[in-house]
Design a protein around this ligand. Structure first.
Ligand SMILES: [Zn+2]
Length: 195
């Protein structure tokens, strides 16, 4: 399946919210952000509900969304069908941290020296190999935790997130109301980045 751009909405703190997964799905259903799901390999993917655009603000041109649930579609169809790219996934697993980044213009700012880390891909590939969060800034040589890098919303880590597939970086963002609803259900603050 080819990589799709997405808006990633996640808790601000790197905490395990997998126990809230069903509550998050219920909230998205209640807000009509999502509707019918397709299930593949035990993963659920949801179509956009008819209030999707009330909770995700598009800057500039609106997307072409297919609000008609088409349960017979397979994931393979999804990857080949432009009209169905705006699907939603709740990606959550205990004790697993994932990383996503935009295709272009990733900004990795060191939390210690505030310098742009140009070699961020090396840090990520080391972390993927050894899964150690401790690393060293190649710019200032200070120790830091890789999850403390400020990506300026061009990338990020998460263990629980709502992925809005088919959204290009900086073209859409969640409304304050939507983030507040997620906070009220999970008792923790949420924010977003692009991946
Ligand atoms: Zn540094």
């Amino acid at each position: 399946m080819r990589k799709l751009n997405c808006l990633v909405i996640k808790p601000v703190n790197q905490i395990d919210l997998s126990q809230y997964k069903d509550a998050i799905i219920k909230t998205l259903h209640d807000l009509a952000i999502i509707e019918a799901a397709i299930i593949k390999d035990n993963h659920e993917y949801f179509f956009a509900g008819d209030q999707y655009l009330q909770h995700i603000s598009f800057l500039g041109c609106s997307p072409y969304l297919n609000f008609d649930a088409q349960k017979e579609l397979t994931l393979n169809d999804l990857s080949n069908t432009i009209a169905d790219l705006n699907y939603i996934q709740i990606d959550s697993s205990a004790n697993t941290i994932r990383f996503k980044n935009t295709d272009f213009g990733v900004k990795a700012i060191c939390p210690k020296c505030k310098t742009k880390i140009s070699e961020w891909r090396n840090l990520i590939s080391n972390w993927e190999k050894n899964s150690k969060r401790d690393t060293i800034c190649p710019e200032c040589q200070q120790e830091l935790e890789i999850t403390d890098i400020d990506w300026k919303k061009t990338a990020g880590f998460y263990s629980t997130a709502i992925l809005f597939h088919g959204i290009q970086a900086e073209l859409a963002l969640p409304t304050d109301n939507f983030l507040a609803q997620l906070e009220s259900v999970t008792k923790t603050k949420w924010h977003y980045f692009y991946g």
